[in-house]
Design a protein around this ligand. Structure first.
Ligand code: ZN
Length: 369
């Protein structure tokens, strides 16, 4: 009997172990710090290994600097560093979940956080929107951020990390701003992604479209059937929809020059033709050097994405300043976050919101556990 119970126990244990390996939650690697000169790391129950997988015993907190082609950790040299903790770790005083890798980079230090995708999404919600928005808008945000992350993970599978933690990909600032509504939005959509023809979509999204979302080819030069642009009047009541600003011509000029445009003595800025969404395709800078045509997307990049908030604007010159008035915030492709908020307030559920902004897509479940 004893032998039998031993065998039974083993047969119970082995499949459990195997399925435990198979059922690792899907993880994502996020660059949480890039080019840092030094990093402080601490946490309760911190486990550290060096680049060779050997345990590292040093006093907390850790002061990490780049040293030659490796790192100096409290003045000890290692090639790289890997850290885990039962709950979370603190990087420069900020909480992060999962496994933290600290690596020397060409410039300074790179810190990559590898964590379960669903945990990442909970932290992301309050970086991208507010979890206090109607729950259907929070759920829509969870689905598109998950879809975006899954797509990028596959696209960058051989890279050191899958996602930036900035607007370059999706904003992520650790776990300190997680809350129960963010958890709810993620859990109630657990594992759900948007697909088109069976493949996870590039679920681009933005803050506020200003009336009509943009076709992807007008921003990045590639057309996608589910990103062709839709009318969106839902964001027009949001506080952030209209913007205006004045920029001294001298400043504008120097910013354009530092982006490689040869403009000297700007006299006029003429808006060019507009896309179906109302956004400018290009504009012509009239300067003492002649006329320079700049695509509106590159103009926005040169002057600053948070300064020229969208390419849907008018401009006039008065004295030595350029006056801009515009609508919307962001590239305008895919879901409009403020529009989604309004649609959720109007009683639409997240499925309806998503199928509106990404026409032709399907909501499907991928395994997350
Ligand atoms: Zn909108």
């Amino acid at each position: 009997m004893k032998l039998l119970s031993f065998i039974v126990l083993w047969s119970l244990l082995i499949p459990a172990t195997v399925s435990g390996i198979d059922m690792q939650p899907e993880t994502i690697r996020v660059a949480v710090l890039k080019g840092a000169e030094s990093v402080t790391l601490e946490g309760n129950g911190l486990l550290l290994t060096d680049g060779n997988g050997e345990p590292l015993r040093v006093n907390l907190p850790l002061q990490i600097r780049k040293y030659k082609d490796g790192l100096s950790v409290n003045n000890r040299r290692v090639r790289s560093l890997r850290a885990t903790a039962p709950a979370f770790l603190l990087i420069n005083g900020k909480g992060y979940r999962g496994i933290i890798e600290v690596l020397p980079a060409d410039k300074g230090i790179l810190v990559v956080d590898e964590l379960p995708l669903e945990d990442y999404l909970v932290g992301l919600i309050n970086c991208e929107i507010s979890s206090q928005w109607p729950i259907e808008a929070v759920k829509a945000q969870a689905v598109i951020a998950r879809s975006y992350a899954v797509y990028q993970k596959a696209a960058r599978k051989n890279a050191l990390y899958h996602l930036e933690s900035s607007v370059m990909d999706q904003v992520y600032d650790g776990c300190d701003i997680e809350d129960s509504r963010a958890v709810r939005g993620v859990r109630e959509t657990a594992g759900e992604v948007l697909t088109y023809n069976g493949a996870v979509i590039q679920a681009f999204y933005h803050s506020n479209c200003g009336g009509h979302t943009e076709a992807s080819e007008n921003v990045w030069g590639f057309a996608l059937p589910y990103l062709s642009g839709v009318e969106c009047k839902y964001c027009l009541t949001s506080p952030s929809v209209k913007w205006q600003l004045s920029i001294p011509l001298k400043k504008l000029e120097s910013q354009l020059r530092s982006s490689g445009y040869h403009v000297f003595g700007v006299k006029d800025i003429k808006p060019g033709i507009r896309n179906r969404s109302g956004r400018l395709q290009d504009l012509t800078i009239v300067s003492a050097k002649g006329r320079t045509v700049i695509s509106a997307v590159n103009f926005r990049k040169a002057i600053g994405y948070s300064v020229i908030k969208s390419t849907n604007f008018d401009v006039r010159i008065s004295g030595d300043e350029a006056h801009f008035t515009g609508a919307g915030y962001g590239h305008g492709v895919g879901l409009c976050q403020w529009g989604a908020k309004q649609r959720a307030s109007d009683g639409f559920d997240y499925r309806e919101i998503l199928s509106y902004y990404y026409p032709g897509t399907k909501l499907e479940k991928i395994s997350t556990d």
